[in-house]
Design a protein. Structure first.
Length: 145
């Protein structure tokens, strides 16, 4: 609620916050869609057996789009998200002045660079990967054809 009051003080600050939120959301979607497309095209998904949380092979859950439609869907999602992500950093008004310049790209880039440096220096040695805390023996990961 307090963040919505920023627009009363500065429309530029409110615009920067909303743009950063949209960029962070779309960048997380882009990452997942690209990795899913990569797994689909390299054959890293298997269609039988118990789902694995670790290892070289991944199992489908109960819902998925069969090939080739699934890969086409992922490809379309990647192209769309990259297009929207690119345009999210453009200034909202023209002509661009120092007061209306979109500094969100600088802030977003700084956060990404800091995160990558932090991972390389500190977190790489301590991060053990994702842990599958809930295991359900009834989930088979079978493909529905």
């Amino acid at each position: 609620m307090l963040l919505s009051l920023i627009v009363l003080g500065s429309a530029v600050a409110f615009s920067a916050i909303t743009i950063l939120t949209v960029a962070a959301l779309y960048s997380s979607y882009i990452l997942v869609c690209i990795l899913l497309l990569w797994c689909r095209t390299t054959g890293r998904f298997r269609c039988q057996g118990k789902p694995e949380s670790r290892g070289p092979n991944l199992s489908w859950g109960p819902w998925h789009i069969p090939e080739p439609w699934g890969s086409l869907n992922n490809l379309f999602a990647c192209v769309y998200l990259i297009f929207i992500f690119f345009w999210s950093f453009w200034p909202p008004v023209t002509p661009v002045t120092p007061q209306t310049f979109n500094f969100a790209v600088v802030v977003f880039g700084a956060v990404v660079l800091f995160s990558m440096l932090w991972y390389a220096v500190r977190a790489k040695g301590t991060f053990g990967g994702l842990v599958n805390e809930v295991e359900n023996e009834n989930v088979t990961g079978g493909c529905h054809k």
